[in-house]
Design a protein around this ligand. Structure first.
Ligand SMILES: *Cc1c(COP(=O)(O)O)cnc(C)c1O
Length: 392
């Protein structure tokens, strides 16, 4: 089957919910992908920050295969080993106390919201259920996480939404304080707003929000679905801001491509969701957990330092190109935003694709790079050469 035939088959039977690029990907190795016609692409997207240990990673593939032979799924009615090991590793490396496993980012954030509402109801009774989030945020596509998402573009078509959310401008402490009344149980935010445009929050602001939450007994919920699992050069981005969140969600990169996610909770709220209060059939599934264990073992402290270093290398090299179309370069580790001017971000991604580089957009004018965390310097240089040929 060639690319054209595959695209036809796809479009005939799969709903057209995605604005896809006309590229049909067959297989990959490291940060290299090949389409059905044999064309090579350098991957600066990693399936939107998911293929964290690269494509066709031998240890990852072997762990999934071995686990599949041993045990694929039995549900959470019973105990299984891979999930327990991943939970132990996550808690030991973050100082958080317990984990709930889910299957996606949106589902993980739903869990954060349920955790906060129940924590508050158990302690203060009904009426304290509002969650304050930020404008330009992205928290998922379920009806509740869309309500949490502070971008109107995602809201059309689906009214009415879950009640109890309000959005305030990032960086504005007074607005956040004004929004948090007696009806509020939590503040939820991304430390670097990914979909919103790779927008990092200020360190001071993050610390002030954390202190304010503590003072008012509001849960500080951090959405690390995109920033987590090594993406910014730390296992979780919060670890570099001197804060201790009450709960943190993760998904995208955790299992390197197997659908997996969850949230970690600290001492104060790790036992709030007791038996029967929250569940998901696939949660902590052995195949996903086996894959996640390989990802976590790959992300040693040394490896995380390399992620930070590679991120600096990419940013410096893009700056050195002196492109007339680049207004700003920002981000942390291998989560990089290149703000464009005088040219559309979608148009640039189309031209990069044609030239053999896969990249993402974010917000309304930003080119976004989320390469595999294991990308080699040779692959980075190949990608940068393509970028230079397009934007200079
Ligand atoms: C991608 C993303 C989500 C949604 O994750 P899904 O797995 O698509 O449900 C939520 N929050 C952030 C910050 C994300 O980047």
């Amino acid at each position: 089957m060639n690319s054209k035939e595959l695209i036809q088959l796809h479009d005939q039977y799969i709903m057209g919910t995605y604005g896809r690029f006309p590229i049909a990907i067959s297989h990959g190795q490291g940060a290299k992908l090949y389409d059905f016609d044999g064309k090579l692409y350098i991957d600066f997207a990693s399936g939107i920050g998911v293929a964290s240990v690269g494509h066709g990673n031998p240890a990852w593939a072997q762990a999934i295969a071995d686990q599949a032979v041993r045990l694929g799924h039995v549900s959470n009615l019973y105990y299984t080993e891979p999930a327990a090991r991943v939970a132990e590793t996550l808690c030991e490396r973050t100082g958080m106390r317990k984990v709930f496993f889910s299957n996606s980012g949106a589902e993980s954030n739903e869990g954060l919201i349920k955790l906060a509402r129940k924590y508050s109801r158990d302690k203060y009774g009904a009426g304290r259920s509002k969650v304050v989030t930020l404008l330009q945020s992205f928290h998922g596509r379920t009806v509740t996480t869309l309500a949490a998402t502070g971008q109107d573009v995602f809201h059309q078509h689906f009214f009415p939404f879950t009640e109890g959310f309000c959005h305030v401008p990032a960086g504005d402490m007074a607005a956040l304080q004004a929004a948090c009344g007696d009806d509020t149980c939590a503040v939820m935010l991304e430390l670097i707003q990914g979909e919103g445009g790779v927008l990092p929050l200020e360190r001071d602001y993050i610390q002030q929000v954390a202190a304010f939450c503590k003072e008012r007994d509001l849960l500080l919920l951090i959405d690390e679905v995109q920033t987590g699992i090594g993406r910014t050069g730390h296992l979780f981005a919060f670890q570099q801001y001197g804060i201790t969140p009450d709960a943190v969600s993760f998904a995208k990169g955790i299992a390197g491509g197997v659908p997996f996610g969850g949230f970690l909770a600290g001492e104060m709220c790790c036992d709030v969701l007791g038996p029967g209060t929250h569940a998901t059939t696939y949660g902590g599934n052995p195949l996903g957990a086996a894959a996640a264990q390989v990802v976590l073992e790959t992300l040693t402290e040394e490896m995380l330092a390399e992620v930070a270093e590679k991120g600096r290398y990419i940013q410096e090299n893009i700056a050195a190109m002196g492109s007339p179309y680049v207004a700003e370069i920002r981000g942390l580790g291998l989560m990089i935003g290149v703000v464009l001017k005088d040219v559309g971000h979608k148009e640039v991604v189309g031209r990069l694709n044609d030239a053999g580089l896969l990249a993402l957009t974010a917000g309304s004018e930003t080119l976004r790079f989320l390469p595999p965390l294991t990308i080699s310097y040779e692959e980075i240089d190949a990608g940068l050469a393509i970028l230079q040929s397009v934007i200079v």
